[in-house]
Design a binder for this molecule. Sequence first.
Ligand SMILES: [Zn+2]
Ligand SMILES: [Zn+2]
Length: 227
Amino acid sequence: MEDSSIGGPLWWPADEPWPTCSAPDDEEPTGMPPSAMVPVAQIYARDVPGPWWPSGVDLLQLVWCPNEHWDAPAQQADVSPVVEIRWRRAADVATLIGTLPAPLRHYDYGYLPNPCTVTPEPLVDFPYREELPEELRPGLQQLVEDTSPGGGDVITRVAGWKVGGWPTWHLAHPLALRCDACGTRMVLLFTVAGDDLVTGVVVGRAGELRIFVCPNDHRHPFQVDLH
Ligand SMILES: [Zn+2]
Ligand SMILES: [Zn+2]
């Protein structure tokens, strides 16, 4: 069962309560009673090694509240699920959580992932061209044209569920997100790309939900955006 997976089940500490969400959602402006979150992703460091793993951590878990939150808390994206992440040491987590409480007030927003294991693929992507130094942009543009003659862009807009790499900014001007705690420029940790067929998840208008983290300290607050 120790495979990276989408949609659960998750290894979870026996003494840690299952997370709930009391943010206002589009069915209940008070957000009460709190709704149980659902498992989204469980990623082992051995499957996606890279600089995004804090020292001593080898398991990343992502859960979210599958309700639609039009006016989400500041750290979260609007019109989205409300996300939580956990960094863990796999050796510390011995309980495979079985039956979970069902989320409340949930309608079919596309935020309930179908459970499945994942087959990680290493890939190279590039910063979006507006984020590159001027002198490197023509070279990247040439690479985009050479690899995507149809006009798509599979170099800077890699689809799928992704750990690390670079965010696309093809819909908006690039944002330099800064850590609330220390002001450091945040880096992309995880991308949830809508995948109606395999995982059953749809975010935004066939968009991507991205989680940015502070490269200085993984305990600093993360930031979610929807693109
Ligand atoms: Zn919620
Ligand atoms: Zn920070």
